[in-house]
Design a protein around this ligand. Structure first.
Ligand SMILES: [Zn+2]
Length: 283
């Protein structure tokens, strides 16, 4: 079993800073989350429930006629990849998708890989292009273990949604190329905007290049180091159907993330969850 909900309740009663941390981490789909303060983590912007993809950007009109169809969540690129943001794990029932962002990192990625291996879990790694370029052996190690690769842009500019489309395009396509160069032949089937800052244009660019825009539905805020009980209580108490859970293996000290995964993954297994990947081709 994981950390008990008793410890979570105790935390809430204290009225301490820990309370804010616990409450802050209970951000789920459609709930505005605390803004990232260190630039290393994803904010919840642009992660509205699927079906509202056309409104998930920030004011700009969707590009292309497909995105303005009656059901924007179902709009697809010519590649067949939906333009809507994926937040569900693929699978028929009790399935969960674990996603790991902001690496690869020479200290933390191997530790995360070890925990995943021990628990027979396949995850999706959203990698930053410059880091993939710097540590190509880690990109290959992730792929060799059967995990999927996701493009997290060239250098994680969380204000990308306020930048020109040409800049967004360069960040998305070059980021993909950097990961592909590190691990030739391995598909990069997802794109997660830094900080979740998608725009209709960035989603269209990603989908046209074969990458499904990828969001999340459970955010334990592991990047902010809220403490192990807070991370665990967030992911245990707020599990929607077929959740996509957000963790980080880069951007700072990720020891809490590693510790949380060691508790969380066996708990999910005990609850009957199967580990799978984020839905890629269904809205
Ligand atoms: Zn990130």
């Amino acid at each position: 079993m994981g950390i008990t909900s008793i410890s979570a309740r105790r935390l809430r009663r204290t009225g301490s800073a820990a309370t804010a941390a616990v409450l802050g981490i209970l951000a789920v789909s459609g709930t505005p989350a605390l803004a990232a303060t260190d630039g290393s983590a994803d904010k919840a912007a642009g992660t509205k429930p699927s079906g509202s993809a056309a409104s998930a950007g920030k004011g700009t009109k969707p590009s292309g006629s497909a995105a303005s169809a009656g059901n924007p969540g179902a709009a697809r690129s010519a590649t067949g990849i939906p333009l809507g943001i994926s937040r569900l794990a693929q699978g028929p029932g009790r399935d969960v998708a674990i996603t790991i962002d902001d690496g690869p990192d020479p200290r933390w990625t191997p530790q995360v890989l070890q925990v995943l291996r021990k628990n027979h879990v396949k995850a999706t790694f959203c990698m930053i292009g410059t880091k993939a370029q710097k540590y190509p052996e880690l990109v290959r190690a992730v792929a060799a273990d059967g995990h999927r690769l996701c493009n997290h842009s060239v250098d994680h500019d969380v204000t990308m949604d306020h930048k020109p489309v040409a800049f967004q395009k360069q960040q998305i396509l070059q980021g993909k190329a950097m990961i592909e160069k590190a691990a030739p032949g391995v598909p990069v089937g997802y794109y997660r905007a830094p900080g979740g800052a998608f725009t209709p244009d960035s989603r269209a660019i990603a989908a046209a290049s074969g990458m499904r825009p990828l969001g999340w539905s459970v955010d334990p805020k592991d990047w902010s180091r809220p403490g192990l009980p807070a991370i665990i209580s967030a992911v245990e108490e707020k599990l929607p159907q077929q959740p996509t859970v957000l963790f980080h293996d880069g951007g700072g000290d990720r020891s809490e993330t590693v510790a949380a995964l060691k508790e969380y993954l066996p708990w999910l297994t005990s609850q009957g969850y199967r580990f799978t990947f984020p839905a890629r081709t269904t809205p």
